[in-house]
Every structure is written in C-alpha cells, then in structure tokens.
Design a protein around this ligand. Structure first.
Ligand code: HEM
Length: 471
C-alpha cells in the first residue's frame, strides 16, 4: 500500500533545504570519486528514493536497502531474532561503549534492559524538566554574551555543548563545566568527528563480521572518555547513600531480578557511555538542522515566535506550556524527517531468509535508512520540502508508522524519545524567542552521514538578541 503522507506545502512558504541531488548509480559513484568524498549520502543513487527493497550497488557483504514500512516493521520487531544490530556498527562503537545495551543482543541485551529499565524513570519528562530548563537558561545567558560581542560561533558545537550539559545533569546531577565532565565532552567531539562508523571503504570492501580497528586518535579518545566516566563513577560510589537520585545512582543500585547481581565497573562504564553518547549527539544533530532551517526560512521562524507569544507570553516556559507548543514540536519532527540524526539503522542477516519475497543471504547488511525512507517518493508528498504542518493531521500520523522512524521501532526503539522531544522543543522555543540566527555561508551547507547526520563542515553563525524581552 502506498500512502502519500500529508499536505502539499504552500508554494509561498515552501522551503527545500540542502541534500545531495539523486543521480544514477554510476553518476553517484563518479561524483564521490571526483570530489574525494567519504559521504554515503552522496553515493545513494536516485533509485534509493523510489525502490521498496533492493541491492545498494556492489559490495562484498551485500547491502540490501529496505524502504517499505511493513518490511521495516518486520525487521525491526524481529520476532525470529535473525536481524541483530549490524556488526560493522557494533565494532565501530564497541571501543567506546563495550557491550552496552545499544549494541548487545539476545540474552545479554535482555538482562541489561531488565536491570536498567528502572533507571529510565529518571528520564520521565516531569522528573527531568527542571534541570533541562536550568541548563537551557544557563546557556541562554552565555549566548547573550556571545551575541553582545558579535562572536562567530559553531552552531554544531553550541548544540552539542547544550545537549551534553543536559544529559550530564540527568546522569550525574552535575553540569558539564564541572570537573572531568568537560573533558568527557571534548573527547566526545574527537570521537564524533573521526569515528569509522560509516567508512565507505569498509562498507564496500569489508567482509561480514570483520572487525574494524578505529583510527588511533579515536581509540585514544575512547580510552580517555572511559577513564573519565570511571572517575565520576568511583566518586559517586563513595557517597552512594547520600548522593543525588539520578541515572548514575540508579545504575549503581541496579540488580538483576533473577540473580541479584549488580553491574561490574566495566559494565557500568559501558552503559553510562551509551547514555552520554546516545543522549546528546543525536539531539544535537537534530537541533543543528532545525536551527539552520529556521535561519533560512523566516516564515517558520515567525510562526514559532508567534506561538511562543501566545502560549508563553512574558511568563516562564513551564512544562505545561512547553507541551502546548505544537508547531515548535512539529518543526523538530519535520527537521528529523529531513535530517534523521541516525541516518541508517543497519542490521545483519544471521541466516539465509526472505524479506517479503526478496531473498537475502547470511551476512548481508540489511540497511534500514531513515534518510531514504523519510524522503521516499511513494510515502511523502513533496518529500524534499520542509513542511511542519504535515504532522498536524492525526490520520497521517497513524499512516506514518514504519515510514517515520527517527527513534527506531520495535523492542530496540529509543528509550530517550520523550526526553529528547521535550528537550528539543524547549531549546528551540527558548532560543528562537531570544535570538535571531544568521548563518555566515548558508549556501555551502551540505549534509553528511557520520556518526549522526551532520553538516559536512561546521555551520558558522552569529546571534543577535531580539529586542522583545520575555522571561
Ligand atoms: C533526537 C534524539 C534521539 C534520536 C533521533 C534517537 C534515535 C535512536 C534510535 C534510532 C535508536 C534505535 C537504534 C537501533 O534500533 O539500532 C535509539 C536507541 C537508543 N537511544 Fe536514542 N535517540 C535520541 C535521543 C536519546 C536520548 C536523549 C537518550 C538517553 C538519554 C537515548 C538513549 C537511547 C538508548 C539507550 C538506546 C538503545 C535502546 C536499546 O537498544 O535497548 N536516545 N535511539
């Protein structure tokens, strides 16, 4: 069934943000070679946006791209346990997060989730809003100073720092500027920039289950991050009885209900590393794109400010009010449709099998690509245009199951989805209502698939504080 989702954008307000022009398979390959690119998005041929399922070019492991919502649901729900997380992604991340819940599968994953699930209550939005709000206000204060000095800032770094601060407060009840937390963040930046998760050479020439060594700078950054997290953990262990009630505390206290055992120190570092990485890098990617789009799309920026004015006015942006900022939330959703932070959700086939009627072989990479699914010609009207109103209609939202998957789907769906949506709504609303964002070179912005979907080069901006004062 083809379900074209949602309304056509009004031509007066239609905005088409940057994406590689889809070309034939050969032309895409030549483009990548000619530019010396390492960007998988540029390699995606035009068919990637129209097929339901098919082989993606030539590769040693065999890559099968799946764009059909029903097939996507079957694979991600995986009732027969034959499509675990892809080995290439697992080996790219394991230096940092070991065998944590993000990369484990089967019984190991089940045990981890049994133990960790109580910690997720700390991500409940009513519990976490106050500290998200405080962190955002601290950053608004700093950004006002940068605006006054006309400083040129990296939009990517501003967003990474703010989201890392928010997740750091949720995990350790400490701000990013305190102690070793700052070093963790700086090493995460090195990891993000050079992690070999989407290395085209490995993707095309590597054999299934062949492990990939990380570049030495990344391996060293992983070691440092793990050691810093270990220091924070040991410090917390010493005051377990009196420490704050946060994610670190909940993981230290976690016990397997079947065996009564807790996590070892290494396991705790794995899991905390995942919370830190998955909990800030993705949201930072989504916000970077959302603010870039808003800087180029005055109509959307104006509607957001009008919504803020009518819902929040001069008062404080409370949780109740944040929940009512529906246009702002839809700006976030639509930004993640066009630039899904997790560009690809790869799996591996553990045995020869079929997907629909399509035969796949053991070791094939099963590539579920939010990037192509979210821009698929059969699923979305004007797929490359930015139109937050396509999320207004409840019926369309229901159709979108399996077609709109920024947070994944099935048992491995993101545990931080509600947290991230609230956090992003708060940040978008507060910052857009305080500053005007000017991008210095908007035409040079191009997306690239790295650890998350990021601009190829950092986006340089200046901020101007808006005359109208609110909270
Ligand atoms: C916009 C923000 C976010 C996006 C787009 C996002 C996306 C995703 C996706 C696509 C997955 C599934 C990956 C797969 O199936 O292979 C996932 C899993 C996960 N996410 Fe998120 N995420 C976001 C924010 C967060 C936050 C804020 C946290 C925690 C503080 C978090 C923690 C996790 C964890 C722990 C998993 C693994 C769950 C499991 O496998 O048991 N994420 N995320």
């Amino acid at each position: 069934m083809n379900t074209v989702l949602a309304v056509c954008p009004n031509p007066e307000v239609a905005y088409r943000p940057p994406a590689p022009e889809p070309l034939s398979a050969i032309a895409s390959l030549l483009r990548v070679i000619a530019r010396g690119e390492r960007n998988l998005l540029s390699l995606l041929p035009a068919e990637a946006y129209t097929v339901k399922i098919g082989r993606l070019g030539w590769s040693r492991r065999g890559i099968v791209l799946v764009n059909d919502p029903a097939m996507v649901m079957d694979i991600l729900k995986d009732p027969q346990h034959i499509f675990p997380k892809n080995d290439l992604m697992v080996s790219a991340l394991e230096g940092l997060v070991g065998r944590s819940m993000f990369v484990s599968h089967g019984e190991v994953w089940k045990r981890q989730r049994r133990m960790i699930d109580p910690a997720f209550s700390h991500m409940r939005i009513d519990r976490s809003y106050a500290s998200m709000f405080e962190a955002t206000e601290d950053h608004v204060r700093d950004l006002k100073q940068s605006a006054a000095k006309r400083e040129v800032l990296s939009l990517d770094k501003v967003m990474s720092r703010l989201t890392a601060d928010i997740v750091c407060r949720a995990i350790f009840s400490t701000s990013l500027d305190q102690g070793v937390a700052r070093s963790v963040f700086e090493d995460f930046l090195i990891f993000e920039r050079s992690c070999a998760s989407v290395d085209l050479g490995r993707l095309i020439l590597g054999k299934p289950w062949e492990s990939i060594p990380q570049p030495p700078a990344v391996a060293a950054a992983c070691e440092r991050i793990r050691s810093h997290i270990g220091v924070m953990l040991d410090e917390r262990k010493e005051r377990l009885e009196t420490g704050p009630d946060d994610i670190a505390q909940a993981l230290l206290m976690a016990r397997d209900p079947e065996t009564g055992e807790g996590f070892s120190r290494e396991e705790l570092i794995d899991q905390l590393g995942v919370f830190f990485l998955a909990g800030h890098e993705t949201t930072a990617s989504a916000l970077t794109w959302a603010f870039y789009i808003l800087s180029q799309h005055p109509h959307a920026a104006k509607r957001m400010r009008q919504e803020y004015e009518s819902v929040v006015g001069e008062g404080e942006l409370t949780l109740e009010k944040a929940k009512r900022l529906s246009y702002t939330r839809n700006v976030f959703r639509e930004s993640m449709r066009l630039y899904p932070p997790i560009t690809f959700i790869p799996r591996v086939a553990l045995k020869d099998t079929t997907i629909g009627h399509y035969a796949v072989k053991r070791g094939n990479m099963i590539m579920i690509a939010p990037w192509s699914l979210h821009r698929h010609a059969d699923l979305w009207s004007n797929p490359n245009h930015f139109d937050p109103d396509r999320f207004v209609n409840e019926e369309d939202k229901a159709h979108a199951v399996g077609a709109y998957i920024p947070f994944g789907l099935g048992p491995r769906v993101c545990v931080g989805a509600a947290f991230a949506t609230l956090e992003a709504t708060l940040i978008l609303a507060r910052l857009m209502n305080t500053f005007d964002f000017r991008v210095l070179d908007p035409d040079s912005v191009r997306p690239a698939a790295r650890l998350t979907t990021r601009p190829e080069k950092e986006i340089e901006i200046t901020l101007t504080e808006l005359a109208r004062k609110t909270a």
